[in-house]
Design a protein around this ligand. Structure first.
Ligand SMILES: C[S@@+](CC[C@H](N)C(=O)[O-])C[C@H]1O[C@@H](n2cnc3c(N)ncnc32)[C@H](O)[C@@H]1O
Length: 643
């Protein structure tokens, strides 16, 4: 969450991290709960040294409250009824997801003292804070419209404000408000209250006092041609959200939260996301975490995304039946034909999820995607619309920007290989091959497999990783050999791009199709002075049993999915003891958790061994802006140990 500087100075001390099954210091109950997703979550009490943030209260809240608040002034009588005991199914939160981050926001903005008090009132006096919130502010369509001042932005790019019930002297919850900016006075419609932590959710209705951040000259994107209708829509969006906004769907679509902000501010916000992730999720003494370096900027701020996956739903089944019933009496064939026509005319929306709703916003253009993708989107949408009756359920359209296919006979890289000037094409078949060039390295992979989505920043991201592993020392080749493990390697981006700095490289990846292409990519890009590159398919931790790299000469690069690394992987990584660990991640919170685990456990191990060494330390952390205009920050952390 980003607070304005003057407010940050007064914000409470960041809470200690959430305990984890990986953390030997975590309370036993927390370890058990974290180990078993079915287990009830650990209840926070005021006695607990807040090793768990104030989410995740596992027991159903008391059905009757001993100290009921005054009757609600809500219009809806239903809202006044005492709520039945809720047999809530508590789902474990996504690791490092919105809920876990939100619980820390609550601690930071309401303050630990206030949160402890709310928990105590719940435990001792049976206050049911969700029921009280529903009575005070309503929910769903019956929710109340209120005015609030935005205090900060959370890590997901939403404004946060405090909610204080009428007559109370202190807030009881935070409310998250998409599309609102810090310091703004806004009118919101409250529609949902989190059951497990003190957070509500609202829609933004009006910006009553806009932030000066929204003021900017209009700058149109180069080469973009807009229909009159689109121009009108965009003008209306800019009138509400500011002139920097380039997307006519801003305010509805759930992506690209940062559009009203200058690019420099976006980079600073991402730097702060990294700071907060390590402060809240690493479990480390702040002295062990360096201040995040400047965010690596993306050369392209718009038109950079090389993959887009718009979704659509089919007409609800009742829709068809209703039309069939209407057509009854006209004869089966006529009835079916009419129903078919109605099905076709159903208002299909193809695009992305509406913010805060389970609805799809119809998107004809996505300004962060490349031109090739946007051109292909037109035909892709038409195809779905004309064939909608053939779909039994909703689906996702795949659009991937690619260089045209390589001639089949070209299996090795020409010596005069140069940046391609070929016009790009759009691939829509999951099993087809896409081809990308990153600097002087060329990759092919199956269109449905993973590849980074912003090609423009990859050369600088690779340079940052190369700087971390260091240049190849002179003398390499006669004794001082260097080794790289690329875990979660995909189709070989890091392994192959770094091959000129190592003698041997081994990559591992769970997706068989990616490994097939990684092997071909290694072959295509092979050349003198480059490492022998091997790939295997399997779980990342399987690599450790089959390599014999000397630890002091080995670097390990990790780039796991959002949930981070498995405990098995971390344990074996620690046992290998590579000299350098480079951790790239699209979820800085799970990254911070894993890095914290490595630092703490390696220190404990060295202590047990009386080695006099301190284990891994964090040399640097920073964000890379792979997802401009959105809240997503790619984390890059470098860990070293004494060799
Ligand atoms: C964020 S991607 C990184 C891919 C690659 N490093 C790149 O930059 O193109 C994460 C990759 O981890 C793979 N993966 C997920 N779980 C895995 C596991 N347990 N072991 C190995 N690979 C896994 C996914 O298939 C995906 O390709």
């Amino acid at each position: 969450m980003s607070l304005p500087a003057e407010k940050r100075a007064h914000s409470p001390t960041p809470p200690p991290p959430r305990s984890s099954a990986l953390d030997p210091a975590a309370p036993a109950a927390a370890q058990a709960a974290a180990a078993d997703p079915q287990t009830k979550r650990v209840k926070l009490t005021v006695e607990d040294p807040v090793s768990v943030p104030p989410v995740l209260v596992e027991e159903p809240l008391p059905s009757t409250s001993t100290s009921q608040p005054p009757p609600s002034k809500a219009k809806d009588n239903k809202a006044k009824q005492p709520r039945k005991a809720r047999a809530r199914k508590v789902k474990p939160p996504k690791p490092g997801g919105v809920e876990e981050a939100g619980a820390f926001d609550v601690l930071e903005l309401l303050g630990k003292e206030r949160v402890d008090e709310l928990v105590r009132l719940q435990d001792d006096e049976g206050r049911d804070w969700v029921a009280e919130a529903e009575r005070e502010w309503g929910k769903g369509a019956e929710g109340k419209d209120v005015e609030v001042r935005v205090l900060a932005l959370n890590d997901h790019g939403e404004g946060l404000a405090a909610l204080t019930p009428a007559g109370a002297s202190a807030p009881t919850r935070l409310v998250s408000i998409p599309f609102a900016l810090p310091d703004e006075l806004v009118r919101i419609h409250i529609h949902r209250h989190e059951p497990d932590y003190f957070m509500s959710h609202a829609d933004l209705l009006d910006i009553l006092e806009p932030s000066p951040r929204r003021q900017a000259e209009v700058e149109e994107l180069p080469g973009r041609v807009l229909s009159d209708e689109m121009k009108e829509k965009l003008a209306a969006v800019r009138a509400k959200f500011g002139n920097r906004v380039q997307c006519e769907y801003y305010g509805q679509c759930s992506g690209c939260q940062y559009q009203p902000l200058s690019y420099e501010e976006q980079l600073e916000l991402k730097r702060d996301v990294i700071r907060r992730s390590f402060a809240n999720f690493s479990g480390l003494d702040p002295a062990l975490v360096p201040a995040p370096g400047p965010t690596l900027a993306s050369p392209l701020h718009y038109a950079y995304r090389t993959k887009l996956t718009p979704h659509f739903q089919v007409p609800p089944s009742g829709h068809n039946q209703k039309n069939r019933r209407k057509a009854k009496g006209k004869g089966k064939a006529d009835g079916d034909a009419e129903a078919e026509q109605a099905h076709k005319e159903w208002d299909i929306t193809i695009g992305f999820e509406q913010k805060g709703r389970k609805r799809i916003v119809d998107i004809e253009e996505c300004v962060i995607a490349t031109k090739v993708i946007n051109d292909a989107l037109v035909g892709g949408r038409e195809k779905v619309k004309s064939n909608i009756s053939a779909y039994k359920r909703g689906a996702t359209i795949l659009l991937r920007d690619s260089l045209p296919p390589r001639p089949a006979e070209q299996t090795t890289k020409p010596t005069d290989y140069a940046p391609s000037t070929e016009p790009h094409v759009c691939i829509t078949d999951h099993h087809a091959t896409v081809r990308e060039q990153v600097g002087t390295v060329e990759f092919e992979q199956q269109a449905g497999s993973f590849f980074q989505n912003n090609n423009s920043i990859l050369p600088s991201l690779l340079d940052a990783v190369k700087a971390a592993v260091g240049p190849r020392p002179s003398g390499s080749g006669d004794g001082v050999k260097r080794y790289l493990v690329d875990a979660y390697c995909g189709s070989g981006l890091f392994a192959i791009s770094l091959a000129d700095l190592f003698d041997r490289v081994e990559g591992i990846e769970i997706d068989k199709a990616s490994i097939k292409w990684a092997k071909r990519n290694a072959e295509f890009n092979a050349g003198p002075g480059r490492a022998e590159v091997g790939f295997r398919d399997g779980k990342a931790e399987d690599i450790f049993g089959s390599i014999d790299f000397p630890p002091d000469q080995t670097s390990v690069l990790i780039d796991p999915p959002r949930k981070g690394c498995d405990e098995q992987f971390l344990k074996q990584l620690l046992a290998l003891k590579p000299a350098t660990i480079v951790y790239v991640s699209c979820n800085p919170r799970t990254q911070a958790r894993d890095v914290g685990w490595l630092v703490k456990h390696s220190a404990a191990e060295e202590e047990r061994a009386h080695s006099g060494k301190k284990g891994y330390w964090i040399e640097s952390v920073r964000a890379a802006d792979l997802f401009s205009q959105t809240h997503h920050a790619e984390g890059l952390a470098i860990l070293r140990r004494e060799v």
